[in-house]
Write a protein that binds this ligand. Sequence first.
Ligand code: PLP
Length: 404
Amino acid sequence: MSTVPHAPGRFGPYGGRYVSETLMPALEELTAAWEHFSRDPTFRTELDRLLRDYVGRPTPLTEAARLADHVARVQGRRLRVFLKREDLCHTGSHKLNNCVGQILLAQRLGKKRIIAETGAGQHGVATATVCALFGLPCEIYMGAVDVERQSLNVFRMQLLGARVHSVKDGTATLKDAMNEAMRDWVTNVSTTHYVLGTVAGPHPYPTMVGELQSVIGSEARAQIQSATGRLPDACLACVGGGSNAMGLFRGFLNDSQVRLFGVEAAGEGLHTTHHAATLGKGRPGVLHGTRSYVLCDDDGQIAEAHSVSAGLDYPGVGPEHSYLRDTGRAEYLAATDQEALDACRLLARCEGIIPALESAHAVAALGRVAERLPDGASVIINVSGRGDKDMGTIAKYFGAEVSS
Ligand SMILES: *Cc1c(COP(=O)(O)O)cnc(C)c1O
């Protein structure tokens, strides 16, 4: 299977550009710039240097032997498990891989003002970080509810010099922040670049962000080959908008023997309305300028997503995942809040690594993936981020249990 979209920005029936006419020139300009500079050796050198010296790449691939022992005990399946350590990136997750690429592109385009949307605040922090590094003014749109819930990240962004706009429309969460960022972009498109944080949105974002995150998969591919002498049997990553998963998957898309598993947030359970399993429970529709699976209510309105991890709490998903789902190239599972919290504690205790609650969803699905693999299989789990940001939430769930 080719990683190249069928038509520009199309992944089968998904993707495209569903935006107002005013944005078309900016999207075309951005597409042309990306096509040009992603192949430009000077741009690549500068990007690689930032990824190495600033982000901290390559991130390690760590073998998780005690986690594998645990699976062998519980599941009766011997595996080798490897963790791709995006938790060790500067700012604590994979998000900076995308931001450094887009800021270099904005610089080439002569755009002097940067805007971004954020849900939990992780993408806002990553964007504010690169804006500080490049001395560019930064404005972040964030739902008022999230501003309240994630006050520490709001302060981080402000400390880095960004202005945070609290969005009170709709449910005052991520999808409303994205709408507001799009509105700002329409108004200020000649001076402004919009750093979109995942593989969603109108073309070229899904392709561009996927390529910028593909560094995860290309490193992991080389690392697992040097560790085991062969390709892995499966790759496992959590899916919010889908950028960390797409980044890992891209290293293996053409290797049909490598099974790809995305894990969505099942929240309080797929039988409830409190989840974020867009690919599991949604249907095709248009959200934020792209055609993909979306979560809707019975009236066809975009539904509110729910997950204990704010980074998975999005009612859409990148269009390439919709295509990979329909074609069966990737398989999508879901883990509940409780399963993710348990997996977070499991990884902490087996390996001394406290993952972000998003990443813990991928760990939570390991047992179910193991059942589908032969004995002796090797698996890569993308640890998309570290858990420091989630300590408040985790402490609330486990309370005294952990300290006893
Ligand atoms: C934002 C975030 C995610 C979800 O975003 P994707 O685009 O699906 O990768 C996952 N993990 C962490 C740590 C995040 O910060």
